[in-house]
Design a protein around this ligand. Structure first.
Ligand SMILES: [Zn+2]
Length: 143
């Protein structure tokens, strides 16, 4: 009688973004530790996530500008059952929706703040986690 070979399933891979022509400057900025936001060249409003057309005036012209890293919590959720297995070992974790000073909302993990201490309007700051040589992901910490 033979014994079944023991093997451990491969560890789930971390899902990573695939930058597009529209979003590449945003990802380049994160890699440099900066928040670079797309601004409409016509009405000047910032928009996030990058996209080809301004949602305010429908202009297709845009520029890129560095934005402050400060923001305030708009809302948050606590993930107990992540959809992707990679995040299972991290659960429970907080994902926040933050109103940035530049006027856009950014969605990213919020680290180092206990769930019971979170408050709408609490000041936070964007931070950067290098994941590969090309990809740096954003997260928030208390300001
Ligand atoms: Zn516009």
């Amino acid at each position: 009688m033979s014994t079944a070979p023991t093997s451990t399933p491969p560890a789930p891979e971390r899902p990573l973004p695939t930058p597009t022509r529209e979003s590449q400057p945003y990802w380049d900025g994160l890699r440099e530790g900066r928040l670079i936001l797309q601004h409409c060249a016509k009405c000047e409003k910032a928009r996030h996530y990058p996209r080809p057309i301004c949602p305010h005036c429908f202009s297709m012209e845009s520029t890129w500008r560095e934005a402050p890293l400060a923001g305030r919590i708009h809302s948050w959720t606590v993930c107990h059952h992540p959809f992707n297995f990679f995040f299972k070992s991290m659960a429970p974790y907080v994902v926040a929706l933050v109103d940035m000073e530049a006027g856009v909302r950014v969605n990213a993990p919020l680290r180092g703040m206990a769930e019971g201490t979170l408050k709408i309007g609490a000041p936070v700051r964007l931070a950067f986690e290098p994941v590969t040589k090309d990809v740096t992901l954003p997260y928030f910490v208390a300001a």
